[in-house]
Design a protein around this ligand. Sequence first.
Ligand SMILES: [Zn+2]
Length: 85
Amino acid sequence: MQVLCKPTDATPDVHCPMCGQGFLLYWERSSRDQQDDTLPNILQALREHHSYPGLSPHPGAPFNIPNWTGLPQFSAAALLGGAAL
Ligand SMILES: [Zn+2]
C-alpha cells in the first residue's frame, strides 16, 4: 500500500526511529489492518534514509513510500488520503 509522508513538527503520526523526526501519514487505503501491516515498511524506509551521508537524512518535502516517480501530490496516497499539499 502506498503512503505519503509529510514532515511535520506539529502532531505527527509516526516518528523516525533514528532521529525522532515526525511525519504525518496519508494512506492510500483507510483500512486499519492494512495500515498496521504497512507501518513496518515506513519505519524501515525512514531508517534507510539514514544510510546515506548528508546533513538532513529525510526529504524536506512530502514523499511516498514505496518510492513514487511522479509528483507526490498526484500519488494515490495523496489523493485518496486527502493530503493538502
Ligand atoms: Zn530520521
